[in-house]
Ligand binder design. Structure first.
Ligand code: SF4
Ligand code: SF4
Length: 356
């Protein structure tokens, strides 16, 4: 049965599937400690689901197994030496850095549809059964399920990591009321490495396997909807949507695979933009150019907030008059949240040096 499932999953663009059981009790203390420390930040939904996250049978009654799946997402056109290209972009204050996973189509839609298709293949084979699809879903302990079912191990940066695919993949799950044979976990291979901890611009990985989301740039630029803490703004650099640093530095990502699906191909406007090009977008342009992309979910206000921080850092680094003028030109029409970030950007950079 599992071999058939693997074959269908491969046809649907998945790189690997596994099967996890439903007893995640051993993960509960770590989850409780993470929540108690407030490391989930303003993601109240994390706390709201509480221990249910570690209890698949409470989330979907009747669940007997969880089919886990991973799907490589690096855009098909990614060049060899891609890490060096990304580091170069991160070092260019005028460039805008968008996380690699977000340059194509919204993965939620892609994975959900393909997991559903996988379930339908199984229904056609064995008849109706109860199932529910999840991907990047708050109530599900995705990395825990993935590591228990052999898709990889939990890296010190807290993401799932595979010898065959590094960490550049999405996870999804199919909760089923079928008792399937479980797949074996794989050994962890971080060893003494701690490159991800050392490279993190905001020291968000506070200990191996422990992430303080309140300091993580991915969280701050995507999930967090209020002002970005001022002390963290300089470290954000030109990262306007997510952050890949802990993955770029990870030695296992030399094995990261390109996607098989065209869905994750980078859109022209997001593959190598400058901050000023993106800052020039009106709300209508933002909505049109991010249609079908995960970026659209953060909305225009957060988008502008993130760009204002990055432009402040660019102004600080270059002193360019054009950046100062672009920030000033949008200030009065911007929402209060964005205005505050523009004001920070203009002040933090100090007086203009007069460079054009
Ligand atoms: S995504 Fe960026 S900010 Fe978050 S833990 Fe990784 S390196 Fe740090
Ligand atoms: S950078 Fe090193 S410690 Fe961090 S996840 Fe990769 S192998 Fe593990």
């Amino acid at each position: 049965m599992l071999e058939r499932l693997r074959g269908w999953a491969g046809e649907l663009g998945f790189s690997q599937i596994g099967v996890a059981g439903v007893d995640l009790g051993a993960a509960e203390p770590g989850l409780a400690a993470w929540l108690a420390a407030g490391h989930h930040g303003t993601m109240a939904y994390m706390a709201r689901h509480g221990a249910k996250r570690a209890r698949p049978t409470e989330l979907v009654p009747g669940t007997l197994s969880v089919i886990t799946a991973r799907m490589d997402y690096m855009p098909r056109g990614t060049l060899d030496g891609w890490q060096a290209i990304e580091w170069q972009r991160l070092g260019d204050p005028r460039a805008a850095s968008v996380s690699l996973y977000a340059r194509g189509r919204d993965y939620h839609k892609v994975l959900r549809a393909r997991l559903q298709a996988l379930a339908e293949r199984l229904v056609a084979e064995i008849g109706p059964f109860g199932h529910r699809v999840f991907t990047d879903s708050a109530p599900v302990l995705e990395v825990e399920l993935a590591s228990r079912s052999g898709l990889g191990w939990r890296g010190k940066h807290t993401l799932a990591l595979s010898r065959e695919g590094g960490s550049m993949f999405f996870l999804g799950e199919l909760f089923v009321d079928l008792a399937l044979p479980l797949s074996a976990p794989v050994d962890a291979h971080c060893g003494s490495c701690q490159a991800c901890i050392d490279v993190c611009p905001t020291q968000a990985i506070v200990a191996p396997y422990r992430l303080d989301a309140r300091r993580c740039i991915s969280y701050l630029t995507i999930e967090h909807d209020g002002p970005i803490p001022q002390e963290l703004r300089p470290a954000i650099g030109n990262r306007i949507y997510g952050c890949d640093d802990c993955q770029l530095v990870c030695p296992w990502n030399k094995y990261a695979q390109r996607a098989t699906l065209a869905d994750f191909d980078a859109r022209d406007t997001l593959s190598d933009p400058t901050l000023l090009q993106l800052w020039a977008w009106s709300e209508a342009e933002f909505l049109q150019r991010t249609e079908g992309s995960a970026i659209r979910r953060i909305g225009y206000t957060r988008w502008q907030r993130n760009l204002a921080v990055a432009l402040g850092n660019a102004l600080h680094a270059t002193g360019e008059v054009s950046i100062r003028a672009a920030l000033q030109s949008r200030r009065d029409a911007a929402p209060t949240l964005v205005q505050e970030h523009i004001d920070w950007a203009l002040v933090c950079a100090g007086p203009a040096s007069g460079r054009a």
